[in-house]
Structure formats: structure tokens, C-alpha cells
Design a protein around this ligand. Structure first.
Ligand code: 6SB
Length: 325
């Protein structure tokens, strides 16, 4: 399971948790403007916007899980198992393999308006990257500071939904996730009033009772409601530190601890990493299951005119700040 969210203060923030039982071997990867992208069905793109995000690099190709570009557009792929269906190659369409979708959008779109235009001509196709890396069944959230959308390629075609809450998890399809929020419209960060009836002397005996009923489990639909409630009520200062800190707290509401979600005998899904992009400044922040310290890679500290991928390893291992030795 994974969860993605957007957050706006002075700048615009976008990120995700990546929950799984093993890592594919990921790095923070910057694709500079002159790295030549080879697209399987639409040819080469020799220059484009620079991109930074978390990716698995195979054959010198950045297989992004989540990323942003230098123009302020961000995007993440999340599991959509059993629902994602990709098409065959079709004439007169822009045939983009599922693993090329993030590079295709982020290399050439400076806003969601431009993303929507590209999506009019796109056909997301079922060409696998390789035998070792077959198709991943995903859906995507794409956002800029003004709006978010969800893209789902299903057996009945490509769906593009406005995403007014700016969050995404996994199954079921997005319209059902949004619909279930109706069931929770009574939730509130304020203390409840006694409307039970019968003149019973009921008491709000604990803080936080306005949120009673907010689902606490790790299922995808529960995480959707929980992160949506947390995000829309989250308040922080506008500074970079306060915003980034708050963003990690928002996604922390759906953090997965080892042992609580068994996927096969003795294998547990955990939050492998959490990312937070400052989409305006091009800074990629992250922490991992084993390292709670926030690390960051700033794309503008690199030579973005280069033609070679720039990779930073994911820093692992807790770094404990001893105060008295
Ligand atoms: C496993 C992750 C989803 C985690 C998640 O959502 N877990 C919930 C489980 S569940 O929802 O409960 O079932 C997804 C998210 C992005 C994916 C990569 C995208 C690029 C590339 C595409 C290629 O085609 C195949 C290899 C490739 C490296 C992909 C590997 C893997 O698939 C990644 C990491």
C-alpha cells in the first residue's frame, strides 16, 4: 500500500509513502535537461525539463516511482492491483509504456493544464520494461500548486478525475474512494456536541472525540479517509522547516509498522520511505523506515544542463543525536 498527498503553505508540497515488503533498490535520481530519453514507441527526446525523484535505475533508465520537474509539476505511481489495464499500441495515438508515463509527463509539462492536453492524445500501453521488470499495475496522482488529478487506466479505458482532496491510496478506484468520504462528513477536529437525544447527560470526556470513527486500520480505503482528514485539517507555519515537518506528520498518520500487515507468511509490508517534494524549489526530502532523520537533495545544486543521470543513495540507519556524549 502507498499513500500520496499534497500540501500548500507558502510553497507547494507533494509526496508519498512507499509501502511494500521489499525494496527494488531505489535512489534519488535527477534527470538533467539533456539526458536523452528513449521512448519505446514515440522516439527520442533529447532535451526536456529536469526531473528529480525516487527511482530504480535499470539500463541507465530512471524508473520513477514519484518525482517532480523544475516547472512545478509532481506525480506519483501507486499500486492499483486488479484494476489497472494497459492498452495495445494503437495508430494515431501517443503510445507511452506504463513505465514511461512519469518521464513523459514531467519532461514536457509546466502545469496541469499542459498535462491535461497531453493526456488527450495518450495511450498508456502494456509494453514491459524488461523480462526482469514486468508491468506494474499502477494508478497516478499528478499535481501542481493549483490542482490535482488522478489517472486510472482500466479495462473500460483511460479515466482522468479531478482530485479535489489531493490524496491517493490504492484500491478501489478513485471515484469510490471519494464517495466514501460522504460517510465521514460528521468528523470534526472540534469537540462533539451532544445530539444523541433522550436528554442523556453525555460528556466529551476526552480530547479528540470529534474524530471518533475515523478509521485506524491499514487498508487502502481507511488510509484514504485518514490521510484526507489529516491533510485538510493540518495547520502549520509557512516556513520551509515547519511545512516539511508538518508534511511528514500528515503522511505519518498512515505509516505502516513492521508486523501489523502480513502479506505472506512472515513477510510484512512497511513504510519503506516517505517523500516530500518542495515542488516550487525542486528539493526532494525523504526519510526511511530505518532512518527518521529527514535527508534532502536539491536539484538546483546540480548541473541541470548535463546529459547524465545524477544519483544519490538512500541514506539508511538511524542517526541518534546523543545530547550528553
Ligand atoms: C511496489 C510499488 C507500489 C507499492 C504499493 O503500492 N504497495 C501496496 C501493495 S497493495 O496496493 O496493497 O497491493 C510500486 C510503485 C512504483 C513501482 C515501480 C515503477 C517503475 C517500474 C515499473 C516497471 O514496470 C516495474 C518496475 C518498477 C521499478 C516499479 C516497481 C514497483 O511496482 C513500484 C516500486
Amino acid at each position: 500500500m502507498c499513500t500520496a498527498a499534497t500540501y500548500k503553505t507558502k510553497d507547494f508540497y507533494f509526496g508519498r509513502t512507499l509501502d511494500y515488503e521489499f525494496s527494488y533498490g531505489d535512489q534519488i535520481v535527477i534527470t538533467p535537461r539533456n539526458y536523452s530519453f528513449h521512448f519505446r514507441h514515440v522516439g527520442d527526446m533529447k532535451n526536456h525539463y529536469a526531473i528529480i525523484g525516487m527511482a530504480h535505475v535499470a539500463e541507465n533508465y530512471p524508473l520513477y516511482y514519484d518525482a517532480m520537474n523544475e516547472k512545478g509539476v509532481a506525480m506519483a505511481g501507486l499500486n492499483f492491483v486488479g484494476n489497472a489495464v494497459y492498452s495495445e499500441v494503437q495508430p494515431d495515438m501517443e503510445n507511452i509504456a506504463q513505465f514511461e508515463f512519469i518521464p513523459w509527463i514531467l519532461s514536457q509539462c509546466a502545469s496541469l493544464a499542459e498535462v491535461r492536453k497531453l493526456l488527450n492524445r495518450i495511450n498508456i500501453v502494456n509494453t514491459p520494461f524488461s523480462e526482469q521488470l514486468p508491468l506494474a499495475q499502477l494508478h497516478w496522482i499528478i499535481a501542481d500548486e493549483n490542482e490535482s488529478i488522478t489517472v486510472e487506466s482500466m479495462s473500460d479505458g483511460l479515466h482522468i478525475y479531478d482530485n479535489p482532496v489531493g490524496v491517493l491510496t490504492n484500491n478501489p478506484p478513485f471515484p469510490q474512494q471519494m464517495f466514501q468520504l460522504n460517510n465521514y462528513m460528521y468528523l470534526s477536529p472540534k469537540q462533539p456536541k451532544n445530539t444523541f437525544g433522550g436528554n442523556l447527560a453525555l460528556d466529551a470526556y476526552s480530547r479528540g472525540m470529534g474524530g471518533l470513527g475515523l478509521p485506524g486500520d491499514l487498508s487502502s480505503s481507511s488510509r484514504f479517509v485518514r490521510v484526507a482528514f489529516t491533510k485538510v485539517n493540518a495547520i502549520s507555519g509557512e516556513s520551509e522547516e515547519e511545512s516539511v515537518s508538518q508534511f511528514f506528520h500528515i503522511l505519518g498518520s498512515v505509516d505502516q509498522q513492521r508486523g501489523c500487515c502480513e502479506v505472506t507468511d512472515g513477510k510484512y509490508e512497511i513504510t519503506l520511505y516517505t517523500s516530500c517534494c518542495n515542488v516550487i524549489k525542486g528539493i526532494y526530502y525523504y526519510n526511511t523506515y530505518e532512518n527518521h532523520q529527514i535527508s534532502a537533495v536539491d536539484m538546483h545544486a546540480e548541473n541541470l544542463e548535463s546529459n547524465k543521470l545524477i544519483c544519490y543513495p538512500v541514506i539508511q540507519g538511524e542517526r541518534i543525536n546523543y545530547q550528553n556524549k
